[in-house]
Design a protein around this ligand. Structure first.
Ligand code: ASP
Ligand code: MG
Length: 275
């Protein structure tokens, strides 16, 4: 089967979780063609948004402190997750080059003193840019062949509606097919960053919060996947958020309309928490 597997931020939030996810993908890929789509590490997108808010308010010190936290967190995760020293070095080099670009970008935005919708998308796309490198190297560590690709590198082309872009499917379909299918035929597992793509001029765009599920469905449609699995850290739709409500239960059956209503409430809760 050709399967697209999407992992959210909490599924990859610790070295233990990343190893669990990668050994699952590693074994699944023995019998199937697997494409991984992942979110940023849990909380990183929120931190990047917070950094932009600090910059907008002229609070350079807080912005720098939070940036240092993101850098330390990814380096630490890389060191804890990867066992082979050669792979660890390769990963740290890859992360360093992204982290340097992030620092330069933030420095530029601090000098300008303003965060446009376009620069915000560029900034918040770094969460997935970093997480895909860690997951792909965790797969390499297990002996799988794997390549990390950002949404832009994979071929997701969107309109220029920064913050809530929509894919241009005709172009996207051609590019994703070419880039992703060629990796699958070489038995390489593509690890693609969700949430972001690029417009026709190459500017980074995002689909809006929680957009990695959307990326996974776009990719699955383009490569005509047999199935798409949106993996999460609970066993199904539940009566409430188990982090808040201790005795929340998995629902045996829900109608399509009920599922949509619940998903909508989840999204509203998430975005109102951020403001
Ligand atoms: N990382 C993005 C967010 O936190 C996208 C996603 O997780 O689906 O909204
Ligand atoms: Mg999500």
């Amino acid at each position: 089967m050709k399967i697209v597997l999407k992992f959210g931020g909490t599924s990859i939030s610790t070295a233990k979780n990343i190893r669990k996810v990668s050994s699952y993908v590693h074994s699944l890929s023995k019998q199937n063609q697997v494409v991984v789509v992942c979110s940023a590490i849990d909380g990183v997108t929120d931190d990047l948004i917070q950094i932009s808010k600090f910059i907008q308010r002229g609070n350079k010190e807080h912005a720098n402190r939070l940036t240092a936290k993101i850098i330390a967190r990814h380096r630490q995760l890389a060191k804890e997750t990867i066992t082979k020293s050669q792979n660890k070095k390769k990963l740290l080099d890859a992360l360093n080059s992204d982290l340097t670009e992030l620092e330069e970008l933030l420095h530029g935005v601090i000098l300008l003193g303003e965060v446009t919708a376009r620069s915000l998308d560029y900034i918040i796309s770094f969460g997935e840019r970093l997480s895909i490198k860690i997951i792909a190297h965790a797969l390499l560590d297990l002996g799988s062949k794997s390549i990390p690709l950002t949404g832009k590198e994979a071929g997701i082309v969107t309109d220029s509606n920064f913050g809530e872009s929509r894919p241009l499917m005709d172009t996207t379909r051609l590019r994703i097919l070419r880039n992703v299918d060629s990796l699958l035929s070489k038995k390489i597992i593509p690890v693609i960053g969700g949430f972001a793509g690029a417009d026709q001029y190459g500017n980074i765009t995002t689909f809006g919060r929680g957009g990695s599920d959307y990326s996974a469905t776009i990719i699955a449609s383009c490569i005509k996947a047999d199935e798409i699995w949106l993996m999460t850290d609970v066993d199904g739709l539940m009566t409430a958020d188990p982090k808040t409500v201790k005795n929340a239960k998995v629902l045996k059956e829900v109608s399509y309309a009920e599922a949509i209503e619940m998903a909508l409430f989840g999204t509203i809760k998430k975005s109102s928490n951020e403001n």
